[in-house]
Design a protein around this ligand. Structure first.
Ligand code: AMP
Ligand code: MN
Ligand code: MN
Ligand code: MN
Length: 288
C-alpha cells in the first residue's frame, strides 16, 4: 500500500533517529508519537547496530498514521576511523544482517569492559554497572550510556563535556574498536533489501582526498546516498555535501539524529531544507 504519492515533501521526512533500543532516551513508540506530533510523515528509526525497536515503532506508526521506514545505523571502521552507515528500508528479519549486527553488539560488550577498565585507571570506579543502568537495551551498550553515568557522577556537567574530557578519540576513556568493514555494512544492508546511506559525513575528521576516496569507495561498493542534511551539519556542511553528492552520483538523505529532548542537536522533523540541486533518497524508498 502506498501511503503517500511520491515525491514526499521534504519537510515531512526524518530518516535518522534513535530510541532506547540503542542510545536514545525515548522508547520506540514514544519516538514515533513525538515525530508524528511534530508533523513528520515519514520516519526512519535507525538505532545503532540494533533492529529490536522496529516492531514496536512500526506498530506505533500505524496507530499514529505515519510511515515508518525500517532502518539501522551500522558502526564501521574505515582506514582506522569510525564511520556510520545508515541502512534504510532494510528487512529486520534478514539473517545476514541480523548475524552481522549481533557480532557488532558482542564487540560492544567487550569494548564496554575495556572502557570501564580505562575509566577505573582514571579513578572512576563502577562505570560498567553504571553504564548498563542507563542502557534501555542490555544487549546494546555504547559510549553514550557511559557518558550519562559520568554526568550522574558529577565528572562533567553534560554528555557533550564528558565526551570531550573522557570518551572522544584520544581521551583517557577512549578504546579503539574494530567495527564492521565498509563493504560488510553496505553488503548486509543491500542483501536485506535496503539502501545504504553514509551518515553525517561532516562529523568525520576527513577532508580533501581522503573524503573523496571514502565517497568513491562507498559508491563503488553500492552505497546509494549520503546525509546532506543532518543534525550535526552546519549550513556550510549542507552546501558542501549537496555538491559532493552530485559529484559522486549519490542521492541526498536528511535526518535529525535525534537522541532525546534534552540531548542537544535537532528535534525530530526540525530539519533545514535540502538544497534544490539534490536528488532525494526517499524518492527511491518503497514506502508502505
Ligand atoms: P558508540 O557507537 O558507542 O561509540 O557511541 C557513539 C555515539 O556517541 C554517537 O552516536 C553519539 O550518540 C554519541 N557521541 C559521539 N560523540 C559525541 C560527542 N562529542 N558529544 C555527544 N555525544 C557524542
Ligand atoms: Mn548515538
Ligand atoms: Mn552516527
Ligand atoms: Mn545516529
Amino acid at each position: 500500500m502506498m501511503a503517500f504519492a511520491l515525491p514526499v515533501p521534504m519537510s515531512l521526512v526524518d530518516l535518522h533517529c534513535h530510541s532506547t533500543a540503542s542510545d536514545g532516551v525515548l522508547a520506540p513508540a514514544e519516538v514515533v508519537r513525538r515525530a508524528a506530533a511534530r508533523g513528520v510523515a515519514v520516519l526512519a528509526l535507525t538505532d545503532h547496530d540494533e533492529l529490536g525497536g522496529l516492531a514496536l515503532a512500526r506498530e506505533a506508526a500505524r496507530a499514529a498514521g505515519i510511515v515508518l521506514v525500517p532502518g539501522v545505523e551500522v558502526s564501521v571502521t574505515w582506514r582506522a576511523q569510525t564511520i556510520h552507515v545508515v541502512g534504510l528500508g532494510i528487512d529486520p528479519s534478514h539473517s545476514e544482517l541480523v548475524a552481522g549486527l549481533a557480532r557488532l553488539r558482542a564487540g560492544r560488550r567487550e569494548r564496554a569492559r575495556m572502557i570501564a577498565a580505562e575509566l577505573a585507571r582514571c579513578g572512576i570506579q563502577g562505570s560498567l554497572e553504571g553504564a548498563y543502568a542507563y542502557a534501555g537495551n542490555p544487549d546494546l551498550i555504547g559510549r553514550t550510556h557511559f557518558a550519562r553515568f559520568l554526568v550522574e557522577r558529577g565528572v562533567a556537567a553534560d554528555v557533550k563535556s564528558v565526551f570531550q574530557r573522557y570518551l572522544a578519540q584520544g581521551k583517557p576513556g577512549y578504546v579503539h574498536h574494530p567495527w564492521a568493514s565498509l563493504d560488510q555494512a553496505v553488503g548486509w544492508i543491500q542483501a536485506s533489501g535496503g539502501v545504504a546511506v553514509l551518515a553525517h559525513p561532516g562529523r568525520y575528521r576527513l577532508s580533501g582526498a581522503a573524503l573523496e576516496s571514502l565517497l568513491a569507495e562507498f559508491h563503488a561498493q553500492g552505497g546509494a546516498s549520503i546525509e546532506v542534511v543532518s543534525g550535526s551539519h552546519s549550513p556550510e556542511d549542507v552546501r558542501r555535501f549537496a555538491h559532493l553528492a552530485g559529484c559522486f552520483g549519490l542521492a541526498a538523505s536528511a535526518g535529525s539524529d535525534f537522541h532525546g529532548p534534552e540531548e542537544g542537536g535537532l528535534d525530530l522533523g526540525a530539519l533545514p531544507p535540502l538544497p534544490e540541486e539534490c536528488r532525494p533518497v526517499w524518492s527511491a524508498l518503497a514506502l508502505e
